[in-house]
Design a protein around this ligand. Structure first.
Ligand code: SF4
Length: 364
């Protein structure tokens, strides 16, 4: 399959691993900021091929996982409202929030629909114009433009019963917050592939400039990730710090200006709450005032009780790279994909789910 098979070529992989092992002389810790990378690293056992002094840490790149309980609770409160339909992507429905989940609300009679795209949510709204349909907007810069497009389409078609609860988040501000905290020392960052396809590489320029570490955009196939690590090792060994791309077939420095234009037309930046990190200034997206009639925050009086965190779950620490799933006392005991305690065990991009499913040298 074009663009897949050639990035899984075992011989090229062996050469890259040999190159990394030959060049790498000093300890280095790299963080991947994308849940897709976390899964690929676990699935292909990338860690076991790297020298032991190279550490790969997972960061806050799983959109469902970083959604704070406070925000999940608001989605659940909406789903409990009589006469309201809530539409969301698949992972969202099973995530345990403070006291319930969207799945539980659906079992209790709430109208919660899993959709595969915003077009599906718009279709639901078109079919029943008397019923408000709220799409739960979760995701980073790779997702927000499609949600923006759905709002513009609703406006164009005069669909008055389609709303968005925007819980979108932006990657560069949380990268800065994480680096500012100084909690985890990093020597390089594996920048997200899909997000970078939209925003390009210019928004990462503050990383080498202000923190003196390199960052390389990676694709999702094993060779993409090995090439990215190889390029990061080069920077560490040469004492350089710069922004680079190891995913040229997907990412251009200027990003996707059409998608960015859509996103900025409909959304504006706002502060956002992240699981494990609290409020990060300018790291969220809300609907601009001119699209307020599509904003579920303004349409509905959402009343959710004070959030509570699942006892014993360390998802917040894992999302900051401060701990790993193996540090959690509930991993593989009380917490499993069938009985998830926290979001990192639910989401297909969650660190705990990835380690549970693929195990490996560090996961058993
Ligand atoms: Fe939370 Fe379960 Fe992961 Fe522990 S194993 S951090 S309880 S999701």
């Amino acid at each position: 399959m074009k663009y897949v098979d050639e990035f899984r070529d075992a011989e090229v992989g062996r050469r890259l691993v040999a190159d990394i092992r030959r060049k790498s002389s000093r300890p280095a810790r790299f963080m991947e900021f994308c849940g897709g990378h976390t899964v690929s690293i676990a699935r292909h056992g990338i860690r076991q091929f790297l020298p032991p002094h190279i550490e790969m840490l997972s960061g806050p790149g799983c959109p469902v996982c970083v959604t704070a309980n406070r925000d999940l609770d608001r989605a659940i409160a909406l789903a409990r409202m009589p006469g309201v339909t809530v539409a969301c992507f698949g992972d969202m429905i099973r995530v345990p929030a403070s006291r319930s989940s969207l799945q539980q609300v659906r079992a209790e009679g709430g109208d919660v629909r899993v959709v595969y795209s915003t077009q599906d949510a718009l279709d639901i709204a078109r079919r029943d114009p008397a019923r408000p349909v709220v799409f739960i907007g979760i995701g980073f810069e790779a997702t927000a433009p499609t949600v923006a497009a759905s709002v513009l389409q609703a406006e164009q078609e005069g669909i008055g019963n389609y709303f968005v609860l925007s819980q979108h988040k932006l990657c560069p501000p949380v990268m800065r917050a994480l680096l500012d905290s100084g909690e985890v020392r990093l020597d390089g960052i594996v920048c997200p592939g899909h997000v970078s396809a939209v925003i390009g590489t210019h928004p990462y320029e503050f990383i080498p400039r202000d923190y003196s570490i390199g960052c390389v955009v990676s694709g999702f196939e094993p060779l993409d990730i090995l090439l990215c690590v190889d390029m990061l090792v080069d920077q560490v060994e040469d004492g350089k710090a710069e922004v680079a791309i190891a995913y040229r077939r997907g990412v251009r420095p200027e990003g996707n200006t059409v998608a960015l234009g859509l996103m900025h037309r409909v959304f504006e930046e706002c502060d956002a709450s992240w699981r494990g990190m609290g409020t990060v200034p300018g790291s969220g997206l809300r609907l601009r005032p001119e699209y307020r009639r599509f904003d579920a925050e303004y349409k509905f009086e959402i009343d959710a009780a004070e959030p509570v965190e699942p006892k014993g779950c360390i998802c917040g620490d894992i999302l900051r790279g401060a701990r790993t799933p193996l540090d959690c006392g509930l991993f593989r005991t009380a917490c499993s994909p069938d009985h998830p305690v926290g979001p990192c065990m639910v989401s297909s991009e969650g660190s705990c789910a990835a380690l549970y499913q693929y195990g490996g040298a560090d996961g058993g």
